[in-house]
Write a protein that binds this ligand. Structure first.
Ligand SMILES: Cc1cc2nc3c(=O)[nH]c(=O)nc-3n(C[C@H](O)[C@H](O)[C@H](O)COP(=O)(O)O)c2cc1C
Length: 363
């Protein structure tokens, strides 16, 4: 690409999300590298993100599923968003990424049934209904009212910690975890006011969102990374997904969506959400683009958009606002800098072997 064309490259146009200006359209989505030390981001964790910031990335979503509650056992090295000590550790990471003009957000969650009881403090695994997740194989306890009250308060205090650490925003994880566990007929067979119709299934989500907003105020950026279609006979489809998005948008409390299509309760299903070597490129891009067109909400998305041409297409065609190239940035954190300098051919490509994912369970 000639230098004039590079100046007009859709990928390198800034993007404004609320008050936040992102320098280009490239982001790394949440992924837990299992580099945490006692649940905190130490030097290795920090340098891992700072390297991407140096490489020209606009937004790095830290953590993969930082846990808001002590009773969400950290089965893959998750950060402990419930600890006060995380604030100065994250602050250092954020400041150093900001020095390189890279925005930093964090994904927070309660893992629900997607964890093992024999991690962390060996506390019972919780879910809306006592239905086992094939991948992690715990038998969850059916969540009770007092658990809900406690976890809602945990989301709010975790949000306050993330704000105090200087993060640019929070992404709430809602696919395969506790929050969306209430949405899905596959994991919620309750007959109380948290089950049945969609209003009831969204009750816990509204409580969490309200509590977080009270905690961080209206200006702080909060979005959802959510299944918009579980693509599963046992789960919910695209129509329900769109209705959930409409209702979330109607709260006036969310600033972006990060779209997931599929379910992750077992590895075969997970490989359709995080497509592996040999599978089609960008399988859920058009689906995500449709959501952007229909909701007018800012949309992020990642799923095997592993080359610059596809990323550019996603932005140029208005399918996404921010394009996630997550494993691609694990393979080469300097994608943006190299592309801007016309050195695209020097990018070390991600081959999709996904060893990065296997190894987080080895730590
Ligand atoms: C090692 C690893 C850990 C991940 N952990 C999370 C996670 O905790 N939360 C999440 O939402 N996505 C997680 N992901 C999924 C990524 O955010 C992303 O959706 C996925 O890698 C597909 O995008 P890509 O093809 O650009 O890599 C993880 C991915 C990898 C490779």
């Amino acid at each position: 690409m000639a230098s004039a064309a590079r100046e007009n490259d859709p990928l390198f146009q800034p993007y404004q999300l609320k008050h936040l200006i992102l320098r280009n359209r490239l982001m790394s989505t949440a992924h837990e590298p299992n580099y945490s030390e006692n649940g905190l981001p130490g030097e290795r964790y920090r340098l891992y993100h700072v390297e991407k910031a140096k490489g020209g990335l606009a937004l790095t979503m830290t953590a993969g599923s930082a846990i808001v509650s002590q009773d969400s056992p950290p089965s893959f090295g998750n950060l402990h968003a419930y600890k006060d000590e995380i604030v100065p550790a994250l602050r250092q990471l954020v400041d150093q990424c900001h020095d390189h003009d890279c925005a930093v957000m964090i994904q927070i969650t309660h893992l629900g049934r997607r964890t093992g009881w024999n991690h962390g403090d060996w506390l019972p695994v919780l879910a809306p209904s006592p239905i086992r997740e094939p991948a992690h194989r715990s038998f969850p306890k059916e969540i009770e009212d007092w658990d809900i009250d406690r976890i809602v308060a945990d989301y709010a205090s975790a949000a306050a910690r993330m704000q105090a650490a200087g993060l640019d925003g929070i992404e709430i994880e809602a696919y395969g975890h506790l929050l969306d566990g209430f949405w899905s007929p596959a994991t919620n067979i309750r007959d109380d006011n948290y089950g049945g119709n969609l209003d009831n299934r969204l009750r816990f989500t509204y409580l969490v969102l309200d509590a977080m907003r009270k905690s961080v105020g209206p200006d702080f950026i909060i979005g959802f990374r959510m299944a918009a279609d579980e693509a599963w006979s046992e789960g919910f489809g695209a129509e329900t997904g769109m209705e959930i998005i409409r209702r979330l948008k109607a709260t006036g409390q969310i600033d972006f969506l990060n779209i997931i299509r599929g379910h992750i309760d077992q590895d075969a299903a997970l490989s359709k959400v995080i497509p592996i070597s040999g599978m089609a490129s960008a399988p859920h891009l058009d689906f995500s683009g449709n959501i952007r067109a229909n909701t007018k909400l800012p949309v992020f998305h990642a799923a095997k958009i592993d080359d610059i041409a596809t990323a550019r297409h996603a932005i140029a065609e208005g399918k996404l606002d921010m394009v996630g190239m997550t494993r691609a940035h694990i393979a080469d954190p300097y994608i943006a800098t190299k592309t801007r300098a016309g050195r695209e051919t020097e990018i070390r490509p991600c081959v999709g072997a996904t060893y990065c994912l296997d190894r987080i369970y080895e730590g």
